[in-house]
Design a protein around this ligand. Structure first.
Ligand SMILES: Nc1ncnc2c1ncn2[C@@H]1O[C@H](COP(=O)(O)OP(=O)(O)O)[C@@H](O)[C@H]1O
Ligand SMILES: [Mg+2]
Length: 384
């Protein structure tokens, strides 16, 4: 927005523009600047127009403007010009940029952005047009859409063709472990089969994460929000993580309010979120450390807090932990800890889809605390 005094200043400055400077500017403009008379005959064609359309200015002197338009648009253009004349006095409206098609001397059609202005000079009307060749941009956008579609198609193939065999391996391994084989399998074989099962579970989890991040980026991560008993859900999530905490020598505790806490949430997504965050807390905490989950309520929200006494995150890396594929630390053992740096970006996406907030406090040596909120379901006030 230009204020009145600025506009006046600009008008007076531009009035002082010497004709030589004016034509110099038109000569170096990257855009095509074209003027036609009332009969739509070309009377001005700058260097930019020569480059874009491939015609020399003298070839077009006095020629109909239609030469610069694809055949199929010519009739429509004539109609536009008449409409433009009819809208006398509203020429300013026509100054807005519009996307149209131009035609080069070679016959090649190209997309361009155009702004047209009607100028009355000494009683006669001149139309001035500024056109910008946007074919490079349109091409880049098309390539980008193709690339996104190719990626989504690939993710679809991954989801079906890779998940199925991973699931088959997992289920067969489970049936071997749980089945009563005769003669009984040795402890050593059972141990190896459970490694196979865990590897298949990891593959499945990674595929699931890749699919989620793709959905998230495409704005397709949907959550089915219902009133959920968060207290029991948290309890179940914590119990599900207990074996991992135990095998890592990490103490895992949960502190829940006495009253049942309810939030508007997608139970499956909330479970996924909690196992991601509790999983991280256990993963980055060494033996004899602890992970403590606390659930609280505020007026409008349910607040989840997961605090660990682990290694913490460097201040320089902390702002990046919600970026996809980001993993803090440069230690070589990072890869061996399994994970692809997708857990937190997905957690962020899930919380946002619920209309909540997620944030992290951390420093090396002091552990990490992840907090997030979900909108609370107000329990109906009960009469005494
Ligand atoms: N509780 C935590 N303690 C220390 N670092 C953490 C913790 N949670 C996350 N991080 C850091 O943030 C990074 C990203 O986390 P995440 O997206 O879950 O990826 P991943 O677990 O696959 O490495 C982790 O690699 C780690 O560097
Ligand atoms: Mg993780």
């Amino acid at each position: 927005m230009i204020n009145a005094s600025k506009a006046a200043q600009r008008a007076s400055m531009n009035r002082a523009l010497p004709p030589a400077l004016f034509s110099g500017l038109l000569a170096i403009a990257a855009d095509a600047v074209i003027a036609v008379d009332e009969e739509q005959h070309i009377i001005f064609f700058n260097e930019g127009a020569e480059r874009i359309f491939g015609w020399r200015a003298e070839e077009l002197d006095g020629q109909p403007l239609e030469l610069l338009l694809p055949q199929r648009f010519r009739a429509m253009h004539r109609g536009h010009v008449q409409g433009f004349d009819a809208a006398h006095g509203q020429a300013r409206l026509m100054g807005e940029r519009q996307e149209i098609s131009g035609q080069r001397k070679s016959g090649e059609e190209f997309p361009c952005e155009a702004a047209i202005e009607r100028i009355v000079m000494d009683g006669s009307t001149v139309y001035a047009a500024v056109l910008r060749d946007i074919s490079a941009r349109v091409r880049a956008e098309k390539l980008l859409h193709q690339a996104i579609k190719a990626r989504d198609d690939m993710m679809g193939i991954v989801s079906h063709d890779l998940r199925n065999p991973a699931n088959a391996v997992r289920m067969l391994a489970r049936s071997i472990i749980e089945g009563e084989e005769t003669p009984p399998l040795s402890a050593d074989v059972l141990e190896r089969v459970s490694v196979i099962r865990m590897a298949a579970e990891q593959i499945d989890a990674l595929i699931q994460d890749l699919l989620d991040i793709t959905r998230l980026e495409a704005g397709r991560l949907s959550v089915d929000r219902r009133a959920v008993d968060v207290s029991s859900l948290v309890y179940r999530s914590v119990e599900a993580m207990r074996p991992l905490a135990k095998s890592s020598g990490v103490r895992l505790t949960a502190e829940l309010p006495e009253d049942v806490v309810r939030a508007m949430a997608d139970a499956d997504r909330l479970q996924q979120l909690l196992s991601n965050i509790i999983g991280n807390a256990i993963k980055f905490t060494s033996a004899s450390g602890s992970v403590a989950l606390k659930l609280r309520t505020t007026d409008a929200d349910v607040l989840f807090e997961i605090a660990d006494t682990g290694e913490g995150i460097d201040a320089a890396q902390l702002p990046h932990v919600f970026e996809r594929f980001f993993q803090a630390g440069t230690s070589n053992h990072q890869g061996a800890r399994n994970g692809a740096g997708l857990g937190l970006p997905i957690a962020h996406g899930i919380v946002e889809a619920h209309g909540g907030r997620i944030w992290i406090e951390s420093s090396p040596g002091n552990g990490t605390t992840v907090r997030f909120t979900l909108p609370r379901v107000d329990s109906a006030p009960t009469l005494p």
